[in-house]
Design a binder for this molecule. Structure first.
Ligand SMILES: Nc1ncnc2c1ncn2[C@@H]1O[C@H](COP(=O)(O)OP(=O)(O)OP(=O)(O)O)[C@@H](O)[C@H]1O
Length: 314
């Protein structure tokens, strides 16, 4: 478990993290989201003892990073991963790391297999593609078989097969009971990988909840899409206080103010045939945009000022 307790981090005048409190539980994948400059990397660095909080405490399994005798066995991390610029082979890079931490060579081969670098393990890691570099970074993070895994943008540079692989790997690690904490700007990927989310903006906590909850809340005022060959009769049957119906296509109604179940019941009572009845859900990206709309520090001129204006579609 990772515990971040009332943590503030200042760099001179710059407030990078502002009284942040959250915990990351074992056994699930937790995503760490926030716009550029929100304080994610700073927080991750503090978890890893690479930076000290100005105030507050950060602990992993009840202890500060610097108190671990064998940190590689406790926390595995990949921060700001980029292809390793080294003349060493991937194998020797990992072996050197392993040897300085009392880890045997068999584990090096194990992690090489785990990340799918068998064919290139003896090649110079400096010549690796971004995706291969990511895999090597992940292999380094897993070398000590740590209980806690922290990855900054692990899917960066991976192709679709690689992204699917990392998703499955992270879920497997969580299933083994490990604490898995990762940042990513790829919302669709985060929606598939993480169960829980910690969302920050301008150094402060915006949300600490499940992916389902974030999406459900953003979907609360979403429409129900109804397709019927008797759309006009259905529109009349649904009319009532607080109900709005929009139609931009023949036979298709977008209904707000009634749950899908109620629409089905009203249609049945009026003997109206339905061909489709679909509650619209916001995507995680839309939900995220709504939550962080005000916290975005760097915005392009064309981006909407507040994502709350966005129309929610499935
Ligand atoms: N060493 C430093 N010195 C001064 N300011 C810093 C330092 N590190 C981070 N900051 C500032 O702290 C804030 C938070 O930065 P941080 O890199 O933690 O954000 P982030 O959420 O990881 O952003 P990104 O998604 O772009 O990686 C930013 O305003 C950044 O400029």
């Amino acid at each position: 478990m990772i515990t971040v307790d009332h943590v503030t981090k200042r760099y001179g005048e710059q407030l990078a993290v502002d009284d942040l409190t959250f915990t990351v539980q074992p056994g699930i994948v937790t995503g760490f989201l926030g716009p550029n400059g929100a304080g994610k990397s700073t927080t991750m660095r503090m978890i890893l003892g690479l930076d000290r909080p100005t105030s507050g405490t950060v602990q992993v399994n009840g202890r500060c990073y610097r108190d671990f005798d064998a940190p590689l066995h406790e926390i595995g991390a990949m921060l700001e991963a980029r292809a390793v610029h080294t003349g060493r082979s991937a194998y020797h890079h990992l072996l050197a790391m392993a040897q300085t931490h009392g880890i045997g060579a068999p584990r090096v081969n194990e992690v090489i297999d785990m990340v799918g670098l068998q064919k290139v393990a003896r090649k110079r890691a400096g010549g690796f593609s971004l995706g291969m570099g990511q895999r090597l970074g992940i292999a380094s993070a897993l070398l000590g078989d740590p209980q806690t895994v922290i990855l900054d943008e692990p899917a960066n540079g991976l192709d679709p097969e690689g992204i699917k692989w990392i998703r499955e790997l992270l879920r497997r690690l969580a299933d083994e009971g490990k604490t898995v904490f990762l940042s990513s700007h790829l919302m669709s990927e985060m929606a598939l990988t993480a169960e829980h989310l910690v969302i920050v903006g301008r150094g402060r906590l915006i949300a600490d909840t499940t992916v389902d909850e974030v999406v459900s809340q953003a979907s609360a005022d979403s429409a129900v899409l109804v397709r019927s060959p008797q759309a006009a009769a259905l529109r009349a049957a649904l009319a009532g206080p607080g109900v709005s119906v929009r139609s931009e296509e023949a036979e298709v109604l977008e209904v707000r103010g009634l749950a899908a179940e109620r629409i089905g019941e009203l249609a049945a009572a009026a003997h109206i045939v339905l061909h489709e009845l679909t509650p619209q859900r916001a995507s995680l990206e839309e939900a995220y945009m709504r939550l962080t709309g005000d916290a975005v520090e760097y915005r392009t001129a064309s981006a909407p000022a507040a994502a709350a204006d966005l129309e929610l579609v499935a």
